[in-house]
Design a protein around this ligand. Sequence first.
Ligand SMILES: Cc1ncc(COP(=O)(O)O)c(C=O)c1O
Length: 456
Amino acid sequence: MTLGSGQSSDEAGSAIGKRSEAAYMRERKVVPGGSMRAASWLQPHPPYAARGEGCWVIDIDERRLLDCANNFFSLIHGHAFRPVLDAVRDAMATGTAFGMPTESEILLAEALAARSPRMEQTRFCNSGTEAVLAAIKGARGLTGRHRIAKFEGCYHGAYDWVEVSLDPTPSNWDDENGNPASVRCNAGTPDSVLQEVVVLPYDDPQRCADILRREGATLAAVIVDPNASRAGTVPMSKETAVVVQDACRRDGIILIADEVISFRLSYEGASPLFGLEPDLITTAKIIGGGLPIGAVSGRAEYMAVFDHSAGKPKVSMGGTFSANPLSMAAGLASLDHYSRPVVERLNKLGGALRDRISKGLADAGVAATVTGMGSLFRLHIGAGRVTGYRSAFPTAEAAKLIRRIQLAMLNENVLLTPNCSGSLSSPMTEVEVFSIADKLVHVVERELDAYKGTSN
Ligand SMILES: Cc1ncc(COP(=O)(O)O)c(C=O)c1O
């Protein structure tokens, strides 16, 4: 088996070339932390991208990396996908943005509506964060309540309310009754925000039901990512989904399915796979074909909360570049090519990837597991079963190992996200997928051995 350079993460400096190093030294002077987003940063600094070709990204030192990060799961067709490039070029030739609607926004809204009856109407914006905050404002407008519930450890973008309990630790994650506490993520978040967010356990349906029975009547919305990426990339259990759905129906709470990542899981999106019938659905990432996008969708009766046509809407939603024609064109081309057979093929490849990694880890006898669903996967260090945020929470040693493994995979020319998660893209075949699996197993085995060696 050929496994590339075979360097350990200790030699990772060599995975990141001199031009990237020079770029980083320049960027440090003008950008705090030397990087625009923490998510794409790694020690000692990230490689800088020059261009992309299909499932490969080439850095400015001409190193070719098999891209499993896919700009945080937004590039379902990989880089420079011809139909997207053509659609954007055609749109760009006619102008980039107008203070008028364009027909392209109708086409993309219709494409979503054709996929799911629960996406009957849509409003576009420019990011998943914006979509989530608009959906929550919509839920408040619809119910006249202002509190929300979210699941512990789940990421829904950079909006104060949904950042509550994004990253609690064992030292602060329980309240005095043993329920998940509302924990501040950013310095300066007001106490009032913490009081307005009820935190639910992802993998304890009974406790979840008890909390919702107690708090339900005060809630505008429950927001759910049914394949919680940050909380472990583990699918929500059927039991928890039933608890959430029942509570929303019983107490008139708006159920928001945040499918910013998980929309890719089926042609109709993620919710039907979990038996969820959300009132509002937020999407972003793959529906923009690689350009900035966000969307709130729902049945017309719920989306009416944003309707301004008869005067001031209950809740306003709009922005200078909302539904800009470039994102609309790219999104439409991307979705057009994310047909049922393509969804099924990628999901099958994802299953094969996870099976191969699981078998490889088991055969090697290493304490690590892989989670995920469809075309998404994530590595965890440790022998325990991962069912949600708390069981996915890494020990200090595991966190260190995950960082080393990400770097070691870079040495093997595979780009993962910093928590060693990844996604597949449609240009990938079994060749790339098995290569990712084999390299990952090999790297995990080697890094765990090296760690044992240093800790003995
Ligand atoms: C589930 C979920 N919701 C919302 C967001 C925010 O999306 P954006 O980065 O486009 O603001 C993300 C981003 O990763 C996400 O994973």
